[in-house]
Design a protein around this ligand. Structure first.
Ligand code: AHR
Length: 487
């Protein structure tokens, strides 16, 4: 099919916050334990307990921000259980995720060590559901105060003299569900109360994030904006791509063409959700001070056969890569209003960028999409329009977004069709393109990487032709390309 993508290369728009390319790590299954943290004494190569292979892979895609400790786990997490000598930390049962024993060996210091090794910003989601105001206030004090209080002395005794100056603070998670089963009206008041005691210490100004809606819960957004909009910096939306229903999510690797099409259609709903929630927010905040974040998104399929159903371990195919490519293009288009997005989750849980097994590591197709999209981070959005047919599932066959940074234009374009190629003419209006290059990730919809064959699906060099009308590229079925144009 012939496709034209027009990019207005003359008018740079909103800056794409690099944090739109963030990730999320919860005490869930093998995300933290085994996924990122193996302990100092592990035979798996590590630095202070953090897996070297995982840290290096995340550095390569310049992971900008990481959310922790949950998720549902956040509203049962008591930060004091995770500080001090590791061997004497409190053991608890992780009731959300399989009733496994959580020994709290990965706590505040370890998370911030992980972020420092990766070079990413920490985003800490605090406990509202089962925690007290004092507990939250003291966690912020422990993290950020340079003063000489008993809490700070405790931090120093635990090996950290300087405050970390953590900026991103979540005040509860899914408080309409696992975070306390609250009504929107009630949570709005609870939020106001808790956030009051999250103090700005010298050297840090908190960015306070309130629990936002699930999917199309417009009432939640309306209520939070009306009753607490003046007290928050951002509202967090959660949206998972479910192909059929929560009770029948289907296999991550075995699906037919119809299921593939329905997954793509489900993911494309992100656009209408963002528009809907932003329109409500605009009514209460016409100056658009309050940002929207999407701190949980991605595909959710059945767990891999034979694995613990509570651990949410799923494989990751080119179908997931298409969901990532489409979603990240949608996020770019809303760069003026989105402050952060965090795919769920980092390693071994849901739509992971990395999978581990013992000392082995797999980079998933989703990882490679984040790799291809890197140049959008902190670049300025360019207006773009795609002219192509709509597929039977109601989604345009090609999804694209464009940005410019240091004079280089990056266009990411995904051919979402499972079986048909797209012959793309890319027109960069207002730019005299002299050089064009790029990389492409392509594969049959089921293609994926395994521990035995970790490089089945990896980006390749893109063949791009510079012609008088523009840049011509062929996008095979189920592929995503990052095209780089220079004047
Ligand atoms: O990401 C898995 C879970 O999904 C999170 O813990 C929760 O916030 C959401 O329901």
């Amino acid at each position: 099919m012939a496709v034209t993508i027009n990019v207005d290369a003359l008018h740079a728009g909103a800056k794409i916050n690099k944090n739109l390319y963030g990730n999320f790590s919860e005490h869930l299954g093998r995300c933290i334990y085994g996924g990122v943290f193996v302990g100092k004494d592990s035979p798996i190569p590590n630095v202070n307990g953090m897996r070297t292979d995982v840290v290096e892979a995340l550095k390569k895609i310049h992971l900008p921000v990481l959310r922790w400790p949950g998720g549902c786990f956040a509203d049962e997490y008591h930060w004091r259980d995770g500080i001090g000598p590791q061997e004497s930390r409190k053991r608890m049962v992780n009731t959300n995720w399989g009733n496994v024993v959580e020994d709290n060996s990965f706590g505040t210091h370890e998370f911030l060590e992980l972020c420092s090794q990766i070079g990413c910003e920490p985003y800490i989601n605090m406990n509202v559901g089962s925690g007290s105001v004092r507990e939250m206030a003291e966690w912020v004090e422990y993290l950020n105060s340079p003063g000489e209080s008993t809490v700070v002395m405790e931090r120093i005794a635990n090996g950290r003299r300087e405050p970390w100056n953590v900026r991103l603070i979540g005040v509860g998670n899914e408080n309409w569900g696992c975070g306390g089963s609250m009504k929107a009206e009630y949570y709005a008041d609870v939020y106001r109360r808790y956030q009051t005691f999250c103090r700005n210490y010298p050297g840090s100004r908190l960015f306070r994030i309130a629990c936002g809606p699930s999917d199309a819960d417009w009432h939640w957004t309306e209520t939070l904006m009306q009753k607490a909009g003046d007290q928050l910096d951002a509202l967090s939306l959660h949206m998972y791509t479910i192909t059929d229903s929560w009770s029948q999510k289907g296999s991550a690797t075995e699906f037919d063409g119809d299921k593939y099409a329905r997954t793509i259609a489900a993911a494309s709903r992100m656009e209408q959700l963002l528009k809907g929630h932003l329109a409500i927010m605009d009514r209460y905040d016409p100056a658009q001070r309050v940002k929207l974040i999407v701190d949980e998104w991605g595909t959710w399929f059945d767990v891999e056969p034979g694995t613990n159903p509570a651990f949410l371990y799923q494989q990751n195919t080119m179908r997931d890569a298409m969901v990532a490519a489409l979603t990240l293009n949608i996020f770019n288009h809303h760069a003026d209003r989105l402050a952060m997005c965090n795919i769920a989750q980092l390693v071994n849980v849901l739509q992971s960028v990395l999978l581990t097994e013992g000392d082995k590591l797999v980079r998933t197709p989703t990882y490679h999409v984040f790799d291809l999209y890197q140049d959008h981070m902190e670049a300025s959005l360019l207006e773009s329009a795609v002219f192509c047919d709509t597929m039977e599932n109601g989604v345009k066959q090609v999804s694209a977004s464009a940005s410019v940074k240091d004079g280089v234009v990056t266009v990411t374009a995904a051919n979402l069709h499972a079986t048909e190629s797209a012959e793309v003419l890319l027109r960069l209006d207002g730019m005299n393109v002299k050089r064009v290059s790029g990389r492409i990730l392509a594969g049959e919809v089921h293609a994926h990487n395994t521990f035995d064959q970790p490089d089945q699906v990896v980006p390749q060099a893109l063949q791009a032709e510079l012609t008088a009308e523009g840049v011509r590229v062929t996008l095979p079925p189920c592929s995503v390309a990052a095209i780089r144009a220079e004047a």
